[in-house]
Design a protein around this ligand. Structure first.
Ligand SMILES: NC(=O)c1ccc[n+]([C@@H]2O[C@H](COP(=O)([O-])OP(=O)(O)OC[C@H]3O[C@@H](n4cnc5c(N)ncnc54)[C@H](OP(=O)(O)O)[C@@H]3O)[C@@H](O)[C@H]2O)c1
Length: 327
């Protein structure tokens, strides 16, 4: 089969097409013929080497945390799924940029009436958005949420889920003025530039502050997020887009006003609580297919453009979700 991966870490150009055998499903696994692979920022980090060097037996690592496609094989003991079904799958150990991939049955769900292209961007993004809001963020209806990287994959999904769960106000930040206009179409009540959001966020909440901040950026953005947090508010940390690394907070700032800093990692949820992840994926696919959750279809690019797509995602030039067509 064809696969797209890298033999050494580096710039987008290290991604190349190569051949590897179609894998055979073992117990509990599902073999999916991939139609579309969702593109995630974590795959940029994977390629850059932030998760270590390539360790495939043939020398290659294949990125890709989420796919849609058709089941073509089932390992022993897999129940409730059938060959020929159209499904979406979360892949905690990557591998989605390929014609075929093995997925753990716990993370494979039928897409229902959702088109395969739209379903490819769901399995990593939506459980993450749902998990940061509800599990880590303990979101309650009537609260105000501030979403950093508001026009991105996880950010735009989180905005829609927050709205569906009854948020009073959904605020967001983006990195450039061009993205402000785009993000407005995603249903935010107010949007700010990330470099200077604290005053505007406090003004938009009449000085009360926000109840929940979703932060994949880090550094000064994380610091500023605590500054705009209302008493009993929570900041959920779930990424380090700015590559700021370590960061310090004043514990007094947190405990004196009953604030909380929480973390979320989908890979860890997959390892420790696979059923939670499977349930969040099933919820998202069904809510998107029924129209209960509104969404904008992803941008679809051919897999041959994977280098270009990685470059665009890495430079902050993409908006919404991008999926790569494998068929
Ligand atoms: N913890 C988890 O379980 C988990 C799961 C999935 C994703 N994530 C994290 O969530 C974040 C978003 O992922 P995604 O796949 O949905 O990506 P994305 O938001 O679609 O794309 C990345 C966006 O991040 C923004 N950004 C902010 N600072 C940046 C920087 N220094 N360099 C590049 N872009 C920057 C850019 O938009 P603006 O400049 O307009 O803001 C860019 O478009 C990533 O940090 C990812 O690692 C975490």
């Amino acid at each position: 089969m064809r696969a797209w991966g890298f033999k050494s870490n580096g710039d987008p150009e290290v991604l190349q097409e190569f051949q590897r055998p179609v894998p055979t499903p073992e117990a509990g696994q599902v073999l999916v013929r991939v139609a579309y692979a969702g593109v995630n920022f974590a795959e940029v980090q994977h390629r850059r080497g932030e998760f270590g060097e390539p360790e495939g037996a043939d020398g290659y690592d294949v990125p890709g945390l989420e796919v849609s496609g058709v089941i073509v094989g089932l390992g022993a003991g897999v129940e409730g799924l059938a060959v020929g079904s159209s499904v979406a799958a979360y892949l905690p150990t990557f591998g989605g940029y390929a014609e075929y991939v093995l997925a753990d049955a716990a993370f494979v769900q039928p897409v229902g009436t959702l088109p395969l292209a739209d379903a490819a961007g769901v399995p990593c993004v939506y459980p993450t958005a749902y998990g940061v809001l509800t599990d880590a963020g303990r979101f309650q209806g009537g609260e105000t949420v501030l979403i950093h990287s508001a026009a991105g994959g996880v950010g735009s999904a989180a905005a829609r889920i927050a709205r569906k769960l009854g948020a009073a106000h959904v605020l967001g930040t983006v990195g450039s003025t061009e993205k402000l206009a785009l993000a407005k179409t995603l249903g935010y009540d107010a949007l700010f530039l990330r470099d200077d959001f604290t005053g505007a966020a406090l003004e938009a909440t009449w000085g009360q502050g926000v109840d929940l901040v979703l932060d994949p950026v880090g550094g000064p953005v994380r610091r500023g997020s605590l500054d705009v947090l209302a008493p009993f508010g929570r900041v959920v940390v779930y990424g380090d887009l700015g590559r700021h690394g370590d960061w310090q907070a004043d514990a007094w700032d947190i405990w004196k006003n009953n604030r909380a800093l929480a973390g979320y990692n989908i890979g860890d949820v997959a390892r420790r609580s696979p059923d939670t992840l499977g349930a969040h994926l099933a919820f998202a696919l069904s809510a998107l297919a029924s129209g209960e959750l509104a969404y904008q279809p992803p941008t679809v690019r051919p897999m041959d453009e994977v280098v270009h797509v990685h470059r665009a995602l890495e430079s902050g030039a993409t908006h919404g979700k991008v999926v790569l067509a494998v068929w």
